[in-house]
Write a protein that binds this ligand. Structure first.
Ligand code: G7M
Length: 316
């Protein structure tokens, strides 16, 4: 599963939010690193567990070096970029370069207070492939989603314009087939090559692909057609540039569709997790209850409660 319904009660959250913490969240003053949960060298990302000064609650911090921005490259090289020479040989020079601060950002995500599930999610661990029959879904997955899934409060905050309102790119307000488009939290919007936009549907009772039937075709087609059209026009792309897919299992059980640039090899676009929206539509058109009957194969991390449930049931 990619992300967490174990949200912290508001009262407890407010208690953690002491003045010290609010200050520290601005620049990490007094932040204590407790543990490196994972490190992905290829994407130059590190996942850290720590705590803010004045709080007993854990925080997860994700730091990721961002891609170069072609638009500011000229500025970076022509401004005072400090160079420390590492070696020089004939025509070959190697340096550590230190660009000015405003051109040297690191994507920084903070989850605070982090639940045990967040810590587990970002901890390096073995991944397994599970074949989930329709009966497994009813007996194992569904009860697990109901009791243990990550909170989808952030999704409702976007839909209710309580958060990220200024980031909404497009909205169709229809309660049945409507949705909004917003940049995924992981996309810094500086490059088109790693474009990642999510379509979040207004309807609130569709947990995942498993719930989709022919009654949802107008919604899915609306996302596919209008969403693609909007993104292509805004970013100067054609529909052939876009990989449009849903996750199974998703991290958050409120139906949403990912739009990513085809050049972007997002970890979540792998077999065992991503299902192309066009295939989903086609499958439902071929058989209306396709996703209620199909055995779904997905990847799951060892420490994920869902994996534990499949193991307890003797399925792994
Ligand atoms: O399909 P799945 O549930 O695995 O993907 C959820 C996606 O939601 C991920 O790509 C996350 O990066 C993204 N996401 C998670 N959160 C908590 C937020 C958020 O608060 N805002 C936005 N814009 N995207 C999020």
């Amino acid at each position: 599963m990619a992300d967490d319904n174990t949200s912290m009660p508001a009262a407890k959250k407010a208690k953690c939010e002491s003045g010290d913490v609010q200050e520290a969240r601005k620049d990490f003053t007094g932040f204590v690193v407790d543990k490196v949960l994972n490190e992905v060298v290829q994407s130059k990302a590190i996942f850290v567990q720590g705590h803010f000064k004045g709080s007993d609650e854990p925080a997860v911090v994700i730091l990721e070096k961002t891609a170069f921005d072609r638009d500011t490259l000229g500025d970076m090289l022509s401004s005072r970029m400090e160079l420390q020479r590492i070696m020089q040989n004939d025509i070959y020079d190697v340096y550590n370069g230190y660009p000015p601060q405003n051109l040297n950002g690191i994507s920084t995500r903070i989850i605070y207070p982090a639940t045990e599930r967040h810590i587990m999610k970002y901890t390096s661990q073995q991944v397994y492939l599970i074949e989930e029959t329709a009966a497994d879904y009813q007996n194992i997955t569904l009860p697990s989603i109901t009791s243990r899934a990550f909170s989808i409060q952030w999704v409702y905050n976007i839909l209710d314009k309580k958060a990220e309102a200024d980031r909404i790119l497009y909205e169709d307000e229809d309660p049945e087939i409507g949705y909004l488009l917003a940049p995924d939290m992981k996309w810094d919007q500086t490059q088109i090559d790693n474009l990642h936009i999510d379509a979040i549907c207004h309807k609130r009772n569709i947990k995942s692909i498993r719930d989709l039937t022919e009654g949802h075709l107008p919604l899915l087609q609306n996302i596919k057609e209008k969403g693609t059209e909007f993104i292509c026009e805004k970013y100067g792309l054609t529909k052939n540039h876009l990989r449009v897919f849903l996750h199974y299992q998703p991290s958050y059980y409120h139906l949403h569709v990912h739009f990513t640039h085809i050049n972007f090899d997002a970890p979540g676009s792998r077999v065992g997790q991503a299902h192309l929206l066009s295939d989903v539509i086609d499958n439902i058109q071929l058989q209306h209850d396709y996703y209620q009957k199909k055995t779904m194969t997905f990847t799951v991390r060892e420490k994920d409660p869902l994996f534990q449930k499949f193991r307890e049931a003797g399925k792994v």
